[in-house]
Design a protein around this ligand. Structure first.
Ligand SMILES: NC(=O)c1ccc[n+]([C@@H]2O[C@H](COP(=O)([O-])OP(=O)(O)OC[C@H]3O[C@@H](n4cnc5c(N)ncnc54)[C@H](O)[C@@H]3O)[C@@H](O)[C@H]2O)c1
Length: 347
């Protein structure tokens, strides 16, 4: 029988979700039975855009949960609404898949983790940038050990993005609303955990954001791996990919990835000469095609977890470690000092 879902937050991102949910593989297994937004017109617009005549719309989540009694809530509301939406949904026995970020503070994230555990329901976060061809290829290459022992990951994120809306007024906008993807990617690519960070955050002159459009951070990861991040949402003139440009250095060579479809993997091939001879090696295609379709893949992974009882890849209990990178970076920038990340506590 098809699961019933309610989607909360019918703004810009919601169309991406509903489009994914209408893909045949998901549509056969799940029906969107309710749309909730504090702005009823937004919910009604989404319903008519995707021709969902049977779908209820409303402004009050509790009322919608009573009327629809869904199995799942998809939370696509603004980050500041996250805690209330997730707790209300878990309390009604729903599994919840939220947009990133998981929460707007670590105490909120811990409350969500606790609420999911007490309710005995799944809670996961949409880290859709893990579910793309490029990152899966790079992860498989790093995982294969071809680079030797992993030493460092460096990444550049420079995207001059003019959103308007909630981001213009948000505190720590880059770290909290975007770097969460990149930091999560660093954990995913390395398979290591973050131990400490030093971060510098600023809002340079000319920035069209209220706060924190730029950040530079150095993370210490387990296994002596260093991860450096240079990021800006207010740098005009030379955008990188939304998935950043990466340089991953191991004891045997270097893998470059432009965040899109360009890969270069050079390995040392000889032990003589000022510059050692190199051999260029292919980065094989992604091993599992089901895992490279962005939001569709995240939702599919989550739905499979609901159906089977196994845990989704981006479960909150794991994602809280990526969020801890964000908040320790924010703390480091405010205090202008290195901050240790308590991975045990975060988990
Ligand atoms: N994964 C990604 O790649 C990606 C990309 C963009 C945005 N996002 C995330 O998606 C979420 C939504 O972003 P957006 O760009 O759609 O924002 P948006 O402002 O366009 O839409 C958010 C909607 O939430 C509604 N809302 C606010 N408070 C609510 C509440 N208490 N209950 C119900 N609805 C409420 C607003 O009325 C609005 O319609 C954010 O968490 C954002 O970080 C993720």
């Amino acid at each position: 029988m098809r699961k019933k879902a309610v989607l909360v937050g019918c703004g810009n991102m919601a169309a991406t979700w509903v489009r994914a949910l209408r893909q045949p593989d998901l549509d056969d297994r799940l029906v969107v039975a309710g749309l909730v937004d504090i702005d009823l017109a937004a919910a009604d617009r989404l319903r008519s855009e995707f021709e969902l005549p049977e779908c209820l719309t409303g402004t009050d989540l509790d009322t919608m949960l009573s009327r629809v009694q869904p199995d799942i809530v998809f939370d696509v509301a603004v980050p500041s609404a996250r805690l209330a939406v997730v707790k209300a949904s878990l309390a009604r026995g729903c599994h919840v898949l939220s947009e990133k970020p998981m929460a707007t503070s670590m105490p909120d994230a811990r409350q969500i983790r606790q609420a999911a555990s007490e309710a005995g329901r799944l809670f996961a976060v949409c880290q859709n940038r893990r579910f793309k061809e490029g990152i899966r290829r790079v992860r498989a290459a790093v995982d294969s050990g071809v680079l030797g022992s992993l030493n460092a990951m460096h990444c550049d994120f420079f995207v001059g993005a003019h959103f308007g809306g909630f981001r213009d007024a948000m505190q720590h906008v880059l770290l909290l609303d975007m770097a969460i993807h990149t930091f999560d990617a660093a954990r995913f690519l390395s398979g290591r955990e973050p131990l400490a960070v030093y971060c510098h955050e600023s809002n340079p002159s000319g920035s069209w954001y209220a706060h924190g459009s730029t950040a530079n951070a150095v993370f210490e990861f387990s296994g002596d791996v260093v991860f450096t991040y240079r990021g800006s949402w207010s740098a005009e003139g030379a955008n990188t990919s939304w998935d950043s440009a990466w340089r991953i250095v191991g004891s045997k060579g270097t893998l470059l990835w432009d965040g899109e479809n360009a890969f270069s993997l050079n390995l040392v091939d000889g032990d003589e000469g000022f510059f050692r001879p190199l051999v260029q090696v292919d980065v094989p295609a992604a091993p599992d095609p089901r895992l490279v379709n962005g939001h569709t893949s995240v939702i599919e992974d989550f739905l499979r977890a609901v159906e089977s009882g196994r845990e989704p890849e981006t479960r909150g209990r794991d994602n809280i470690r990526s969020l801890a990178m964000v908040f320790c970076a924010i703390e480091s920038a405010a205090a202008r000092r290195r901050v240790e990340i308590d991975v045990q506590e975060a988990a």
